[in-house]
Design a binder for this molecule. Structure first.
Ligand code: UT7
Length: 327
């Protein structure tokens, strides 16, 4: 398939503060051994007080724009996948536009939980392919530390904060986004959600006190759906790209749980050495997880020019998405 767009630059940023599993052993009934064996996580990064989600995005965006050989005023559009933005409105992309000085760009957010970055990539690919947009900055970012109940051992050990970015531009004919695939199933929304703050449970003393503002997750159910949806979407994207998993040089799965990643790779027949893993250092950073991994893989030389990469994700909604990209 001839690509219409390509990933021209990537970047990422994680906050400086590291929380190891030892910290959680002190605040909830858990152990380092349980966390490592059940999730693969050793530590995660947590934003500093006063640091906004948009503040995490700006260094990630600057790195991606510079890597693409562009300046912020070259951008036509900024798409941000997040469910933990600076404000209820306006969109977090608006604050990023202002902080970058990307005054020519339109800006919008996508609410697709963990799938936000790959949803954004799919949209950017279509818009660049249409000829109407040239340089689209796609960001995945989350500060789930603010939505986490730090007394709930089922969830508080899992998440981390961060941001990752990619510039999507017209393909040079060789490299490019070969396919994207997105999907969702709203019947399962309540298995992974944050019920408070909208019309369903507006801000009040009662919703504050009953924990409505915390992330809720039925872990085991989410786990089972994640493995199936991630492998199915990967197969869909591979088929659309006219390729198979044996042609994939690097799999970048959503970093939610090492066991989900292993099970997905196994179903796809992709060996462990071709799977990029950084959940041990960052935990689950939701929509930031794939672009952080993507940028690290490029900087470390794990993902090299000429290689084909498969990204696949699953998250709240449920939502899922995959992309096949030649670098
Ligand atoms: O990014 C969006 C998508 N999110 C995901 O994909 C996450 C999907 N789910 C998961 O990764 C896993 O389900 C978890 C890591 C959340 C949980 O692992 P699990 O193997 O599914 O454990 P479980 O929920 O079935 O719980 C097993 C036991 C329970 O104890 P009992 O009821 O058997 O006595 C939990 O209370 O483990 C207990 N447990 C813990 N124990 C120590 C749960 N959390 C902890 C903990 N430390 N932090």
């Amino acid at each position: 398939m001839t690509p219409g767009s390509m990933i021209l630059g990537t970047g990422h940023y994680v906050p400086e503060k590291v929380l190891t599993n030892a910290y959680f052993e002190k605040i909830v009934d858990t152990t380092d051994q349980w966390i490592v064996e059940r999730t693969g996580i050793h530590e995660r990064r947590i934003k500093a007080p006063g640091q906004n989600t948009s503040d995490l995005c700006v260094p990630a965006a600057r790195e991606a724009i510079e890597d693409a050989g562009l300046t912020p005023t070259d951008l036509d559009l900024i798409i941000v996948g997040t469910v933990t933005g600076d404000m209820k409105f306006p969109a977090t992309s608006i604050f990023i536009q202002s902080k970058l000085g990307a005054h020519q760009a339109a800006a919008m957010d996508i609410s697709a939980a963990c799938s936000g970055f790959v949803y954004g990539l799919a949209l950017a690919d279509s818009l660049v392919r249409s000829g109407g947009y040239k340089h689209v900055l796609v960001i995945g970012t989350e500060t789930l530390s603010l939505m986490t109940n730090w007394k709930d051992r089922n969830t508080c050990v899992l998440f981390g904060d961060g941001a990752g970015a990619a510039v999507v531009s017209p393909s040079d004919g060789e490299r490019g986004i070969l396919s994207t695939y997105i999907g969702s199933d709203g019947r399962l929304a309540e298995l992974l959600c944050c019920p408070g703050g909208g019309t369903a449970a507006p801000p009040s003393r009662e919703t504050l006190e009953n924990g409505s503002f915390y992330l809720k997750m039925a872990g085991r159910e989410v786990f089972l759906h994640a493995v199936k949806a991630m492998s199915d979407s990967a197969l869909n994207a591979l088929q659309q790209a006219g390729t198979t998993s044996s042609d994939i040089d690097l799999l970048i799965p959503h970093q939610a749980n090492i066991r989900i990643m292993d099970a997905t790779a196994k179903r796809l027949g992709i060996p462990r050495e071709k799977v990029y893993i950084n959940i041990d250092r960052y935990g689950n950073t939701s929509s930031a997880s794939i672009p952080i991994a993507l940028n690290e893989a490029r900087r470390q030389g794990v993902l090299q020019p000429g290689m084909t990469c498969l990204m696949v994700v699953f998250g709240g909604g449920f939502t899922w998405a995959a992309a096949v990209v030649k670098f």
